[in-house]
Design a protein around this ligand. Structure first.
Ligand code: TXA
Ligand code: MG
Length: 304
């Protein structure tokens, strides 16, 4: 049996699988099986049931689960398969378990481009619910080793897919009728989306998603933002320059795409050095900088 066949068989029995995607590794379960969804929440240790993204191979499959307004279809045609998640009105006849949508009348859909994820979706012929494969509140894994280390002995079958090309979660756009909102900045820059469908409204206030909690994506060390240089004893995450001793650079040339891809792996590596504080260089706010700054702000937020 190939690894994909093994993974598909496990998923059809309600087991979980860690699957690579082009953004981050996901903890996947059969989205039509409420018991599998419950296992995802339990293994992640999510404090409450929060809605999950259902992964589908393509737009045709997405249309079985949600009614997409024309601007959502336009985005799907432009960016799928790829790191875009669309939240839209769930169809009454969708096979996705209500628990995956946390009882909401909307559903989050994404067609990932990673070849292993595509192969798995086409083998199982069901949507896969998959949040990032990390314990709740922690840094998302961008390679299989990081995913394994999150769960240790409890780790389910892991499909190897190399390092994630984007390294940052998908951009989430929510649609109410034809009104589009940026619910989470991510691997596709706001500018690229607005170029197609016009200005995006802001996300509604209040916590709607774990990734929107103020403390999230957190390493063990505390984070100090907008640090032009490290202070004594601090580890340093540089940008646009070479890294000092006990430091790593997100991009020596100031390339935001490279920085996004390296962000989580570098935070994990600096955390492993054991410093109490990781100081982080200022990152510009344009393009992927919006998503990078969003994650850093949450990683730096006070924790309970
Ligand atoms: O790149 C990604 O999106 C990765 C990979 C594995 O695909 N997945 C990911 O999933 O980041 P997760 O569960 O960590 O984040 C899903 C986000 C959450 O913030 C959740 O609240 C939001 O999507 N979401 C899901 N369904 C929603 C809905 N119906 N309305 C609003 N937000 C929703
Ligand atoms: Mg996550």
């Amino acid at each position: 049996m190939s690894d994909i066949e093994k993974a598909a068989a496990a998923l059809l029995c309600g087991e979980l699988v860690i699957m690579p995607t082009e953004t981050v590794y996901g903890l996947a379960g059969d989205a039509t099986n409420a018991a599998a969804i419950a296992k995802i929440y339990a293994l992640k240790g999510r404090p409450q049931f929060n809605p999950l993204i259902a992964h589908v191979p393509d737009l045709d499959e997405a249309l079985r689960h949600a009614a997409l307004p024309s601007s959502a279809k336009k985005l799907a045609e432009a960016f799928w398969p790829g790191p875009l998640t669309i939240v839209a009105q769930r169809r009454a006849d969708s096979s996705i378990a209500e628990l995956a949508c946390a009882g909401l009348t909307s559903v989050a859909l994404r067609a990932p481009s990673h070849p292993v994820a595509q192969e798995l979706l086409r083998a199982i012929k069901r949507p896969l619910a998959a949040p990032s494969a990390n314990r709740s509140g922690r840094i998302s894994p961008t390679n299989s080793e990081a995913a394994r280390s999150e769960f240790g002995e409890a780790a389910p079958l892991i499909l190897e897919g190399g390092a994630c090309a984007h390294g940052l979660e998908s951009t989430i756009i929510g649609f109410e009728h034809d009104q589009a909102r940026l619910l989470r900045p991510g691997a596709i820059a706001r500018e690229a989306i607005e170029a197609l469908i016009g200005p995006l409204a802001a996300a509604p206030v209040g916590v709607h998603a774990p990734g929107m909690l103020s403390s999230h994506y957190a390493p063990r060390a505390r984070i100090r933002l907008n640090a032009t240089a490290p202070e004594a004893g601090e580890a340093y995450l540089a940008f646009g320059s070479t890294a000092p001793h006990r430091g790593l650079s997100l991009s020596e040339t100031g390339d935001l795409t490279e920085a996004a891809a390296k962000l989580y792996a570098h935070l994990r590596a600096l955390d492993a050095l054991g410093a109490d504080i990781i100081a982080v260089a200022p990152i510009p706010m344009h393009g992927l900088g919006e998503a990078i700054n969003d994650r850093l702000k949450r990683a730096a937020a006070p924790r309970d």
